[in-house]
Design a protein around this ligand. Structure first.
Ligand code: OFO
Length: 175
């Protein structure tokens, strides 16, 4: 008889494994997208915004690994993601910030759907696991909205963009 590696049993349904693996890919995409924003900001002289998006990119990698580890810990197969269609060019800083907020709102919506699916399937373990992401999204959306408020409040007259860049840099959490 052919030997095979020991396969752990998992209580996760195929449906939930699939949706969590899809979310790994979404987090990987966010991480790459924020890296693209970081590079664009640096290139245009917005060094503080560049650092801010670099930090955001690293956070998304943490999220990706959290999902990856959960799937593995539950005895299922976590899939290494492919990342497609990352934007490296933007019209201006405002376009970067608008994209950032749209992406975060999109991710919140995805986690709400995952939570709903878990609830309907009676997977309360994963339902509890995704609560961390829902809390995190509240903060993430708030920060993304704040960058746009800063942009609007300071305005781009005179040295506005210089001040906006500095103010966005101050949103990086201090360790
Ligand atoms: Fe992981 O998507 Fe926001 O933080």
């Amino acid at each position: 008889m052919e030997t095979s590696i020991i396969r752990k049993n998992t209580s996760l349904s195929e449906e939930i494994i699939e949706v969590l693996n899809q979310q790994i890919a979404v987090e990987a995409h966010s991480s790459a997208a924020y890296l693209g924003m970081s590079a664009w900001c640096h290139l245009k002289g917005y060094i503080h915004a560049g650092e801010f998006f670099r930090h955001q990119s690293e956070e998304e990698t943490v999220h990706k690994m959290k999902l990856f580890d959960y799937i593995l810990d539950m005895g299922a197969h976590a899939l290494a993601p492919e990342v497609h269609q990352v934007n490296n060019n933007f019209d201006d800083l405002r376009a970067v910030l608008d994209t950032y907020l749209d992406m975060e709102i999109g991710i919140t919506n995805r986690f709400n759907k995952i939570a709903k699916q878990c609830f309907e399937l009676g997977d309360f373990q994963t339902f509890s696991f995704v609560q961390w992401f829902l809390d995190e999204q509240k903060e993430e959306e708030d920060t993304a909205r704040r960058t746009i408020e800063i942009y609007e409040l300071i305005g781009i007259e005179l040295d506005g963009l210089f001040q906006i860049d500095k103010a966005i840099g101050k949103l990086i959490p201090q360790a």
